[in-house]
Design a protein around this ligand. Structure first.
Ligand SMILES: [Zn+2]
Length: 53
């Protein structure tokens, strides 16, 4: 399984991370803290992960 990075803090995601649904897609962040930030400002973070599609 490829190592993923948290779109919020760019930390490597271990232990599966937290899945958060924003802007019609599911992003995986490293922790609950980042999940809160992602929900608070989804545009900012969702844009960073567009390269995956
Ligand atoms: Zn994070």
């Amino acid at each position: 399984m490829a190592a993923a990075e948290c779109p919020v803090c760019n930390w490597k995601i271990e232990n599966g991370g937290n899945d958060v649904m924003v802007a019609g897609k599911t992003l995986t962040v490293c922790c609950d803290d980042c999940a809160q930030k992602l929900k608070a400002d989804p545009d900012r973070y969702a844009r960073r992960s567009q390269a995956r599609d």
